[in-house]
Ligand binder design. Structure first.
Ligand SMILES: Cc1cc2nc3c(=O)[nH]c(=O)nc-3n(C[C@H](O)[C@H](O)[C@H](O)COP(=O)(O)O)c2cc1C
Length: 195
């Protein structure tokens, strides 16, 4: 007889996590940095103690898992598409991201994601450092992400949804006369002060 064990396959675990949200926001310290590293496919190879504490996992539960295991359903797919398109080109990106903790709580971060190169200049993985974002930035980005998600949900095909939402994002940037990087930068008081 086949028995269900607690060690479900990674994909099943991921989708379970995605649907379970409490609506409760949790916070981490201004002086803390949430760090993770991935291989070229986005599987977690390293997570620091702050990552584990805030997300509520043990290292053994995250290492080897796809980074989407902490994906929150409010995150627009088009933002992750932009993230991957950027880092796969060998460039860095800043992004506001809301993540799910293991218990379904959520936390906002300002992520700085960078490629890691070997000595031949080949990408061998990625690295993300995340800090506490400014509240004003989160207040500004939340309705924009909701708009992008709403566009994505209008399409049965994920791909078409991403294309349509990306168009909306690009139109927003065009209207503001800014690049994506400038847009992210303009939302954060702390980032502007650091410049
Ligand atoms: C270094 C690195 C860090 C990432 N950090 C996160 C993260 O904190 N939260 C998240 O949802 N996705 C993160 N991602 C993106 C995921 O790989 C994935 O694209 C995203 O969760 C969407 O997953 P899905 O397309 O399976 O829905 C990260 C990717 C990389 C390469």
């Amino acid at each position: 007889m086949r028995r269900q064990t607690a060690t479900a396959n990674p994909r099943a675990y991921t989708s379970m996590n995605r649907t379970h949200t409490t609506g409760r926001e949790v916070f981490f310290g201004d002086e803390e940095i949430i760090v993770s590293k991935t291989d070229t496919k986005g599987r977690i190879t390293y997570a620091n103690d702050v990552f584990l504490k805030v997300a509520g996992y043990r290292a053994s539960e995250v290492i080897g898992m796809p980074h989407s295991m902490i994906r929150h359903p409010d995150m627009p797919r088009c933002v992750f598409q932009l993230l991957w398109d950027t880092i796969q080109k060998g460039e860095e990106i800043f992004a506001y991201v809301v993540n799910s903790a293991k218990n379904g709580d959520h936390y906002w971060v300002l992520a700085h994601v960078t490629p890691t190169f070997d000595t031949d200049g080949k990408i061998i993985g990625y690295h993300s450092n995340r800090r506490v974002p400014d509240r004003e930035a989160i207040d500004a980005i939340t309705p924009i992400y909701a708009q992008l998600r709403a566009v994505e949900e209008r399409y049965a095909s994920k791909k078409e949804g991403i294309v349509a939402a990306t168009d909306v994002l690009l139109a927003l940037l065009k209207k503001g006369g800014v690049s994506y990087g400038e847009f992210v930068f303009s939302l954060g008081k702390k980032m502007a002060e650091a410049s």
